[in-house]
Ligand binder design. Structure first.
Ligand SMILES: *[C@@H]1O[C@H](CO)[C@@H](O)[C@H](O)[C@H]1NC(C)=O
Ligand SMILES: *[C@@H]1O[C@H](CO)[C@@H](O)[C@H](O)[C@H]1NC(C)=O
Ligand SMILES: *[C@@H]1O[C@H](CO)[C@@H](O)[C@H](O)[C@H]1NC(C)=O
Ligand SMILES: *[C@@H]1O[C@H](CO)[C@@H](O)[C@H](O)[C@H]1NC(C)=O
Ligand SMILES: *[C@@H]1O[C@H](CO)[C@@H](O)[C@H](O)[C@H]1NC(C)=O
Length: 340
Protein backbone atom coordinates (compact mmCIF):
# COMPACT_ATOMS: atom_id res chain seq x y z
CA UNK A 1 0.00 0.00 0.00
CA UNK A 2 2.71 2.44 1.09
CA UNK A 3 4.89 1.36 -1.83
CA UNK A 4 2.16 2.03 -4.37
CA UNK A 5 1.62 5.45 -2.90
CA UNK A 6 5.34 6.13 -2.98
CA UNK A 7 5.55 5.43 -6.72
CA UNK A 8 2.54 7.63 -7.31
CA UNK A 9 4.38 10.38 -5.46
CA UNK A 10 7.48 9.73 -7.56
CA UNK A 11 5.44 9.91 -10.71
CA UNK A 12 3.86 13.09 -9.41
CA UNK A 13 7.25 14.64 -8.72
CA UNK A 14 8.49 13.68 -12.19
CA UNK A 15 5.42 15.15 -13.84
CA UNK A 16 5.92 18.28 -11.79
CA UNK A 17 9.52 18.52 -12.93
CA UNK A 18 8.67 18.10 -16.61
CA UNK A 19 5.76 20.40 -16.34
CA UNK A 20 7.94 23.00 -14.66
CA UNK A 21 10.79 22.86 -17.18
CA UNK A 22 8.31 22.70 -19.99
CA UNK A 23 6.67 25.73 -18.47
CA UNK A 24 9.84 27.74 -17.84
CA UNK A 25 11.97 27.04 -20.91
CA UNK A 26 9.55 28.30 -23.48
CA UNK A 27 9.30 31.53 -21.53
CA UNK A 28 13.03 32.18 -21.93
CA UNK A 29 13.56 31.14 -25.52
CA UNK A 30 10.34 31.52 -27.36
CA UNK A 31 7.54 33.87 -27.29
CA UNK A 32 5.15 32.37 -24.82
CA UNK A 33 1.97 31.09 -26.39
CA UNK A 34 -0.85 32.81 -24.62
CA UNK A 35 -3.39 30.25 -23.79
CA UNK A 36 -1.17 27.22 -22.81
CA UNK A 37 0.57 29.30 -20.15
CA UNK A 38 -2.49 29.71 -17.94
CA UNK A 39 -3.42 26.08 -18.44
CA UNK A 40 0.08 24.85 -17.60
CA UNK A 41 0.22 26.74 -14.31
CA UNK A 42 -3.13 25.45 -13.31
CA UNK A 43 -1.88 21.94 -14.05
CA UNK A 44 1.24 22.51 -11.97
CA UNK A 45 -0.79 23.86 -9.11
CA UNK A 46 -3.16 20.93 -9.13
CA UNK A 47 -0.21 18.51 -9.35
CA UNK A 48 1.41 20.23 -6.40
CA UNK A 49 -1.78 19.90 -4.42
CA UNK A 50 -1.99 16.24 -5.32
CA UNK A 51 1.64 15.66 -4.34
CA UNK A 52 1.04 17.38 -1.05
CA UNK A 53 -2.04 15.27 -0.53
CA UNK A 54 -0.17 12.06 -1.36
CA UNK A 55 2.65 13.04 0.93
CA UNK A 56 0.28 13.59 3.79
CA UNK A 57 -1.44 10.27 3.11
CA UNK A 58 1.94 8.59 3.10
CA UNK A 59 2.89 10.21 6.39
CA UNK A 60 -0.37 9.17 7.94
CA UNK A 61 0.13 5.60 6.71
CA UNK A 62 3.60 5.27 8.17
CA UNK A 63 2.34 6.77 11.44
CA UNK A 64 -0.44 4.18 11.46
CA UNK A 65 2.02 1.37 10.72
CA UNK A 66 4.20 2.48 13.59
CA UNK A 67 1.33 2.52 16.06
CA UNK A 68 0.19 -0.89 14.75
CA UNK A 69 3.66 -2.28 15.33
CA UNK A 70 3.76 -0.80 18.82
CA UNK A 71 0.37 -2.34 19.54
CA UNK A 72 1.58 -5.78 18.42
CA UNK A 73 4.75 -5.50 20.52
CA UNK A 74 2.69 -4.45 23.53
CA UNK A 75 0.31 -7.38 23.00
CA UNK A 76 3.22 -9.84 22.80
CA UNK A 77 4.69 -8.42 25.99
CA UNK A 78 1.34 -8.71 27.78
CA UNK A 79 0.91 -12.32 26.63
CA UNK A 80 4.41 -13.15 27.83
CA UNK A 81 3.68 -11.67 31.22
CA UNK A 82 0.36 -13.54 31.53
CA UNK A 83 2.19 -16.71 30.61
CA UNK A 84 4.75 -16.19 33.35
CA UNK A 85 2.11 -15.37 35.92
CA UNK A 86 0.21 -18.52 35.03
CA UNK A 87 3.37 -20.58 35.23
CA UNK A 88 4.09 -19.17 38.68
CA UNK A 89 0.53 -19.91 39.81
CA UNK A 90 0.77 -23.51 38.60
CA UNK A 91 4.10 -23.96 40.35
CA UNK A 92 2.68 -22.54 43.56
CA UNK A 93 -0.41 -24.76 43.44
CA UNK A 94 1.77 -27.73 42.63
CA UNK A 95 4.08 -27.16 45.56
CA UNK A 96 1.15 -26.60 47.95
CA UNK A 97 -0.42 -29.84 46.83
CA UNK A 98 2.76 -31.84 47.19
CA UNK A 99 3.43 -30.21 50.55
CA UNK A 100 0.11 -31.48 51.92
CA UNK A 101 0.71 -34.81 50.26
CA UNK A 102 4.15 -35.03 51.75
CA UNK A 103 3.13 -34.11 55.26
CA UNK A 104 0.90 -37.18 55.25
CA UNK A 105 3.67 -39.27 53.75
CA UNK A 106 6.24 -38.11 56.27
CA UNK A 107 3.90 -38.80 59.17
CA UNK A 108 3.32 -42.31 57.90
CA UNK A 109 7.02 -42.72 57.40
CA UNK A 110 7.86 -41.63 60.93
CA UNK A 111 5.30 -44.01 62.43
CA UNK A 112 6.62 -46.85 60.35
CA UNK A 113 10.17 -46.03 61.29
CA UNK A 114 9.73 -45.80 65.02
CA UNK A 115 8.11 -49.23 64.81
CA UNK A 116 10.65 -50.99 62.63
CA UNK A 117 13.91 -49.13 62.50
CA UNK A 118 17.07 -51.08 62.99
CA UNK A 119 20.44 -50.12 61.54
CA UNK A 120 20.37 -52.91 59.01
CA UNK A 121 17.14 -51.87 57.30
CA UNK A 122 17.56 -48.12 57.69
CA UNK A 123 16.00 -46.04 54.97
CA UNK A 124 18.76 -44.34 53.11
CA UNK A 125 17.49 -43.69 49.61
CA UNK A 126 14.38 -43.67 47.43
CA UNK A 127 14.95 -47.25 46.30
CA UNK A 128 14.71 -48.54 49.87
CA UNK A 129 11.58 -46.40 50.37
CA UNK A 130 10.11 -47.92 47.24
CA UNK A 131 10.76 -51.43 48.49
CA UNK A 132 8.93 -50.43 51.69
CA UNK A 133 5.92 -49.62 49.52
CA UNK A 134 6.30 -45.85 49.21
CA UNK A 135 5.45 -45.66 45.55
CA UNK A 136 4.26 -42.08 45.13
CA UNK A 137 6.71 -39.59 43.64
CA UNK A 138 7.43 -36.61 45.90
CA UNK A 139 9.50 -35.27 48.74
CA UNK A 140 10.55 -37.62 51.54
CA UNK A 141 12.59 -37.01 54.62
CA UNK A 142 15.34 -39.55 55.13
CA UNK A 143 16.03 -39.85 58.86
CA UNK A 144 19.35 -39.30 60.52
CA UNK A 145 21.25 -42.53 61.05
CA UNK A 146 24.03 -42.70 63.64
CA UNK A 147 25.17 -46.11 62.48
CA UNK A 148 25.62 -45.06 58.84
CA UNK A 149 26.67 -41.57 59.88
CA UNK A 150 24.02 -39.91 57.72
CA UNK A 151 22.23 -36.68 58.67
CA UNK A 152 18.52 -36.10 58.17
CA UNK A 153 17.98 -35.30 54.52
CA UNK A 154 15.07 -34.18 52.36
CA UNK A 155 15.05 -35.95 49.03
CA UNK A 156 12.78 -36.01 46.02
CA UNK A 157 11.90 -39.52 44.90
CA UNK A 158 10.88 -40.34 41.35
CA UNK A 159 8.79 -43.46 41.83
CA UNK A 160 7.42 -43.47 38.27
CA UNK A 161 10.21 -43.33 35.69
CA UNK A 162 11.29 -46.70 34.38
CA UNK A 163 10.33 -48.64 37.51
CA UNK A 164 10.87 -45.86 40.09
CA UNK A 165 13.20 -45.90 43.08
CA UNK A 166 15.18 -42.89 41.84
CA UNK A 167 16.69 -40.33 44.20
CA UNK A 168 16.85 -37.03 42.32
CA UNK A 169 20.23 -35.34 42.78
CA UNK A 170 19.75 -32.33 40.49
CA UNK A 171 16.93 -30.46 38.81
CA UNK A 172 16.66 -27.41 36.51
CA UNK A 173 13.20 -26.32 35.44
CA UNK A 174 12.17 -22.97 36.91
CA UNK A 175 15.37 -21.03 36.42
CA UNK A 176 15.29 -18.66 39.37
CA UNK A 177 17.97 -20.44 41.41
CA UNK A 178 21.53 -19.51 40.48
CA UNK A 179 23.93 -22.42 40.06
CA UNK A 180 26.98 -20.17 40.17
CA UNK A 181 27.85 -21.29 43.72
CA UNK A 182 31.02 -21.91 45.63
CA UNK A 183 32.64 -25.17 46.74
CA UNK A 184 30.95 -25.19 50.12
CA UNK A 185 27.47 -24.75 48.63
CA UNK A 186 28.02 -27.55 46.12
CA UNK A 187 29.30 -29.69 48.97
CA UNK A 188 26.19 -29.31 51.14
CA UNK A 189 23.62 -28.70 48.42
CA UNK A 190 21.35 -25.75 47.61
CA UNK A 191 17.99 -24.81 46.13
CA UNK A 192 14.50 -26.15 46.71
CA UNK A 193 13.87 -29.88 46.59
CA UNK A 194 10.61 -29.43 44.63
CA UNK A 195 12.13 -26.87 42.29
CA UNK A 196 15.71 -26.34 41.14
CA UNK A 197 18.42 -27.81 43.33
CA UNK A 198 21.74 -29.57 43.73
CA UNK A 199 21.49 -32.28 46.40
CA UNK A 200 25.07 -31.78 47.50
CA UNK A 201 28.34 -33.56 46.69
CA UNK A 202 28.60 -35.13 50.15
CA UNK A 203 25.12 -36.63 49.77
CA UNK A 204 25.83 -37.79 46.22
CA UNK A 205 29.03 -39.40 47.45
CA UNK A 206 27.09 -41.21 50.20
CA UNK A 207 24.29 -42.33 47.87
CA UNK A 208 26.73 -43.73 45.31
CA UNK A 209 28.83 -45.72 47.77
CA UNK A 210 26.56 -48.58 46.74
CA UNK A 211 26.98 -49.36 43.00
CA UNK A 212 24.56 -46.95 41.32
CA UNK A 213 22.93 -46.11 38.00
CA UNK A 214 22.74 -42.48 36.89
CA UNK A 215 19.85 -41.35 34.72
CA UNK A 216 19.82 -37.91 33.11
CA UNK A 217 16.58 -36.62 31.59
CA UNK A 218 16.61 -33.60 29.28
CA UNK A 219 13.90 -31.47 27.72
CA UNK A 220 14.31 -28.78 25.06
CA UNK A 221 12.24 -25.68 24.33
CA UNK A 222 9.81 -27.42 21.97
CA UNK A 223 9.04 -30.07 24.59
CA UNK A 224 11.06 -32.90 23.10
CA UNK A 225 12.74 -35.16 25.66
CA UNK A 226 15.89 -37.32 25.63
CA UNK A 227 17.77 -39.31 28.25
CA UNK A 228 21.22 -40.65 29.00
CA UNK A 229 21.78 -43.48 31.43
CA UNK A 230 25.06 -44.71 32.92
CA UNK A 231 25.00 -48.28 34.25
CA UNK A 232 27.73 -47.34 36.70
CA UNK A 233 28.15 -43.97 38.43
CA UNK A 234 30.04 -42.93 41.51
CA UNK A 235 31.51 -39.78 42.99
CA UNK A 236 34.54 -39.78 45.33
CA UNK A 237 34.62 -37.99 48.66
CA UNK A 238 35.78 -34.43 49.25
CA UNK A 239 39.35 -35.52 49.94
CA UNK A 240 39.44 -36.81 46.38
CA UNK A 241 37.72 -33.72 45.00
CA UNK A 242 34.44 -35.54 44.29
CA UNK A 243 36.03 -37.17 41.26
CA UNK A 244 33.55 -38.67 38.80
CA UNK A 245 33.52 -42.29 37.54
CA UNK A 246 31.10 -43.46 34.87
CA UNK A 247 30.56 -46.47 32.68
CA UNK A 248 28.10 -48.21 30.40
CA UNK A 249 26.20 -45.45 28.63
CA UNK A 250 22.82 -46.07 27.06
CA UNK A 251 20.12 -43.68 25.88
CA UNK A 252 19.16 -41.36 23.03
CA UNK A 253 20.72 -38.04 24.12
CA UNK A 254 24.35 -38.87 23.34
CA UNK A 255 27.20 -39.79 25.67
CA UNK A 256 28.11 -36.24 26.73
CA UNK A 257 29.27 -37.05 30.24
CA UNK A 258 32.01 -39.46 29.09
CA UNK A 259 34.34 -36.51 28.45
CA UNK A 260 34.00 -35.64 32.14
CA UNK A 261 34.87 -39.16 33.34
CA UNK A 262 37.79 -39.34 35.81
CA UNK A 263 37.62 -35.61 36.44
CA UNK A 264 37.59 -33.70 39.72
CA UNK A 265 34.75 -31.38 40.60
CA UNK A 266 35.37 -27.63 40.14
CA UNK A 267 33.66 -24.48 41.30
CA UNK A 268 34.59 -20.85 40.64
CA UNK A 269 36.57 -20.78 43.89
CA UNK A 270 38.22 -24.19 43.42
CA UNK A 271 39.67 -24.74 39.96
CA UNK A 272 40.31 -28.49 39.58
CA UNK A 273 39.87 -28.70 35.80
CA UNK A 274 42.41 -30.05 33.35
CA UNK A 275 43.38 -26.92 31.46
CA UNK A 276 44.69 -23.40 31.82
CA UNK A 277 41.26 -21.90 31.30
CA UNK A 278 39.21 -21.52 34.44
CA UNK A 279 36.24 -23.58 33.27
CA UNK A 280 33.95 -23.17 36.28
CA UNK A 281 34.20 -19.38 36.02
CA UNK A 282 33.77 -19.47 32.23
CA UNK A 283 30.79 -21.83 32.29
CA UNK A 284 29.34 -20.31 35.48
CA UNK A 285 28.57 -23.54 37.32
CA UNK A 286 30.00 -26.29 39.49
CA UNK A 287 30.76 -29.44 37.50
CA UNK A 288 33.35 -32.05 36.63
CA UNK A 289 34.99 -29.68 34.15
CA UNK A 290 37.62 -31.31 31.97
CA UNK A 291 38.84 -28.74 29.44
CA UNK A 292 36.06 -27.58 29.59
CA UNK A 293 32.83 -29.31 28.64
CA UNK A 294 30.86 -31.70 26.53
CA UNK A 295 27.91 -30.95 28.78
CA UNK A 296 27.24 -28.29 31.41
CA UNK A 297 24.12 -29.28 33.33
CA UNK A 298 24.81 -26.75 36.10
CA UNK A 299 25.24 -23.84 33.69
CA UNK A 300 23.13 -20.69 33.37
CA UNK A 301 19.36 -21.09 32.83
CA UNK A 302 18.40 -19.11 29.71
CA UNK A 303 14.75 -18.55 28.90
CA UNK A 304 13.03 -19.18 25.61
CA UNK A 305 14.29 -16.66 23.10
CA UNK A 306 17.73 -16.21 24.64
CA UNK A 307 18.54 -19.91 24.97
CA UNK A 308 20.71 -20.17 21.81
CA UNK A 309 22.94 -17.12 22.30
CA UNK A 310 25.47 -18.23 24.91
CA UNK A 311 27.98 -21.00 25.53
CA UNK A 312 27.60 -21.00 29.34
CA UNK A 313 24.03 -22.35 29.33
CA UNK A 314 22.64 -25.73 30.38
CA UNK A 315 24.19 -27.70 27.55
CA UNK A 316 24.39 -31.29 26.35
CA UNK A 317 26.55 -31.22 23.21
CA UNK A 318 25.45 -34.70 22.09
CA UNK A 319 21.94 -33.48 21.50
CA UNK A 320 21.75 -29.70 20.90
CA UNK A 321 25.39 -28.65 20.73
CA UNK A 322 27.29 -25.97 22.66
CA UNK A 323 24.94 -23.01 22.18
CA UNK A 324 21.57 -24.46 23.15
CA UNK A 325 20.50 -24.10 26.75
CA UNK A 326 17.97 -26.75 27.75
CA UNK A 327 14.63 -26.05 29.38
CA UNK A 328 14.58 -28.88 31.87
CA UNK A 329 17.08 -31.32 33.36
CA UNK A 330 16.86 -34.00 36.04
CA UNK A 331 19.71 -36.17 37.31
CA UNK A 332 18.73 -39.17 39.42
CA UNK A 333 20.37 -42.26 40.90
CA UNK A 334 19.33 -45.68 42.11
CA UNK A 335 21.22 -48.83 43.07
CA UNK A 336 22.44 -51.17 40.34
CA UNK A 337 20.15 -54.20 40.18
CA UNK A 338 17.14 -52.37 41.63
CA UNK A 339 13.99 -54.45 41.12
CA UNK A 340 10.67 -52.58 41.06
C1 LIG B 1 -6.77 14.04 -1.18
O1 LIG B 1 -7.16 12.74 -1.63
C2 LIG B 1 -8.34 12.25 -1.05
C3 LIG B 1 -8.56 10.81 -1.53
O2 LIG B 1 -7.66 10.44 -2.49
C4 LIG B 1 -9.51 13.13 -1.39
O3 LIG B 1 -10.68 12.65 -0.77
C5 LIG B 1 -9.23 14.53 -0.94
O4 LIG B 1 -10.25 15.39 -1.35
C6 LIG B 1 -7.88 15.00 -1.50
N1 LIG B 1 -7.57 16.30 -0.96
C7 LIG B 1 -7.08 17.26 -1.73
C8 LIG B 1 -6.78 18.53 -1.00
O5 LIG B 1 -6.90 17.09 -2.90
C1 LIG C 1 29.34 -52.56 32.21
O1 LIG C 1 28.47 -53.54 31.65
C2 LIG C 1 29.08 -54.80 31.49
C3 LIG C 1 28.10 -55.71 30.78
O2 LIG C 1 26.88 -55.68 31.40
C4 LIG C 1 29.51 -55.35 32.85
O3 LIG C 1 30.16 -56.58 32.69
C5 LIG C 1 30.45 -54.34 33.50
O4 LIG C 1 30.77 -54.78 34.79
C6 LIG C 1 29.84 -52.97 33.57
N1 LIG C 1 30.83 -52.02 34.06
C7 LIG C 1 30.69 -51.37 35.22
C8 LIG C 1 31.83 -50.49 35.60
O5 LIG C 1 29.72 -51.47 35.94
C1 LIG D 1 42.09 -34.33 41.67
O1 LIG D 1 42.06 -34.26 43.06
C2 LIG D 1 43.05 -35.05 43.71
C3 LIG D 1 42.85 -34.97 45.19
O2 LIG D 1 41.92 -34.03 45.59
C4 LIG D 1 44.42 -34.54 43.31
O3 LIG D 1 45.42 -35.36 43.90
C5 LIG D 1 44.55 -34.60 41.82
O4 LIG D 1 45.78 -34.06 41.41
C6 LIG D 1 43.43 -33.83 41.18
N1 LIG D 1 43.50 -33.97 39.74
C7 LIG D 1 43.47 -32.93 38.92
C8 LIG D 1 43.57 -33.22 37.47
O5 LIG D 1 43.37 -31.79 39.34
C1 LIG E 1 35.69 -43.97 32.66
O1 LIG E 1 36.99 -44.31 33.00
C2 LIG E 1 37.15 -45.63 33.45
C3 LIG E 1 38.59 -45.85 33.83
O2 LIG E 1 38.96 -45.04 34.87
C4 LIG E 1 36.73 -46.61 32.37
O3 LIG E 1 36.78 -47.93 32.86
C5 LIG E 1 35.30 -46.30 31.94
O4 LIG E 1 34.92 -47.12 30.87
C6 LIG E 1 35.19 -44.85 31.54
N1 LIG E 1 33.81 -44.54 31.26
C7 LIG E 1 33.37 -44.17 30.07
C8 LIG E 1 31.93 -43.86 29.95
O5 LIG E 1 34.11 -44.06 29.11
C1 LIG F 1 28.21 -20.40 19.57
O1 LIG F 1 28.29 -19.03 19.92
C2 LIG F 1 29.57 -18.47 19.73
C3 LIG F 1 29.52 -17.03 20.20
O2 LIG F 1 28.72 -16.87 21.29
C4 LIG F 1 29.95 -18.56 18.27
O3 LIG F 1 31.27 -18.06 18.13
C5 LIG F 1 29.89 -20.01 17.81
O4 LIG F 1 30.13 -20.07 16.42
C6 LIG F 1 28.53 -20.60 18.11
N1 LIG F 1 28.57 -22.00 17.78
C7 LIG F 1 27.57 -22.61 17.15
C8 LIG F 1 27.77 -24.08 16.86
O5 LIG F 1 26.56 -22.03 16.81
Amino acid sequence: MAKVNLSIVALGVMLLFFADTWAQNPRKRLAPPKSPKGQCCDDVRSLKVQVANLTSILEELSRKQETDLLKVVRQIMELDQQNRQQEARVTEAESKYSEINNRVEIMQLQTLQSATQTSSDALYDCASLYSKNYKISGEYKLPKDEFLGTPELSVFCDMDTNGGGWTVIQRRKIGLTSFKRDWKQYKGGFGSIRGDFWLGNDHIFRLTRQPSVLRIELEDWVGETRYAEYGFFTVSNELNSYKLFLANYSGNAGDSLRYHNNTNFSTFNKDNDKCVDHCAALRKGGYWYNCCTDSNLNGVFYRYGEHTKNTDGITWYGWHGPNYSLKKVEMKVRPVGFQP
